[in-house]
Design a binder for this molecule. Sequence first.
Ligand SMILES: [Zn+2]
Length: 342
Amino acid sequence: MPKNITFQDWKNATNAVPFFKQSAQLKAVTDAFSLYNVNPMKLSALRTAFNAWDTATTPPVPAERTTLATAREDLRFTLGHTSGGPTIHATQVQPAGWTLKAWTHSAYPWTAPVTPPQKLPDLTPSQIARVNEAMRRAKNGAEVARDAMLEVKRRNNLNAVPLPPTDAAYKELFRAPAHIQTVLDRFTVLQLAFSRNPTVVDVRNTAYGMDCYAACFRRDLTVKSAQGVLTLSGAVEVFLGRDFFLGGDYEASTNATVGTLVHEFAHGSFSAVDAPIVLPNGNWELTPSTTPGSLWETPDNSKQSSTPELDRRLANKEPRAAIVNADNYGEFAKTLITQAQK
Ligand SMILES: [Zn+2]
């Protein structure tokens, strides 16, 4: 059975092929592995180097693969299992742009600890790198969205033909020309919130965190000066659960991650709500709240407008609900960074 292989084990195994006889492809794998060993962000470079060696047909590569058959299968196994949980421990990976906070029952009594057999170890360097990457991308997403809103405001014409993609995204998700300044302000707040060292509470070892991705309590940190300058009264606190670290191809899920984090930070920075669903016939599935402070909020948290289609329907029916619905902000940021990547 293949097993996880460390860099040292790989080096020892490759000693079976004299260094001066090794192919360039094999040396490239060892080099990439040594870089990955100290920096988990180098995983894809190691994958690329391994695939090149794994498939090359020029001598002496095929003979090397025979000699190193066990190490080869072990490295393949290791790469196949390294996305959510690292098997090769890197060092010196620290939270970048966020502060890690451990969960304690006294500080967060609204959930309970898991039983010892269910308990996961501390975040690994690879998992911390994953949060670093997600935060960096979400911050960038909020900036792209804010800059887009500055352009929408400058043009101030949602009926232009052709309509620029940015303005089209605004029109689909927020609809009303009268709300352009509000949406610009809220993306400015989001950009500040991602820049201001958010606190990340690791709730993986709580009942709540067992099947939670990310969550924020509703809080309004917005401070607007008489001159209209926006600042924040504090840092956002976000809870990360086990689902955030589930396997799969992280690269493929990054835009969705940005959408999710912007959604959560909208709750945590300007007290956005989750609005109820608008049915295809244009009626509310559930009647939104009319309570001050929770205007437009769904009465049932499991029934909320949280898909692109539902967010567009919401904007179409009630623009005043769209500008307080967290998911419309997440969807707008996701749409904008996807546009920017094309
Ligand atoms: Zn929400």
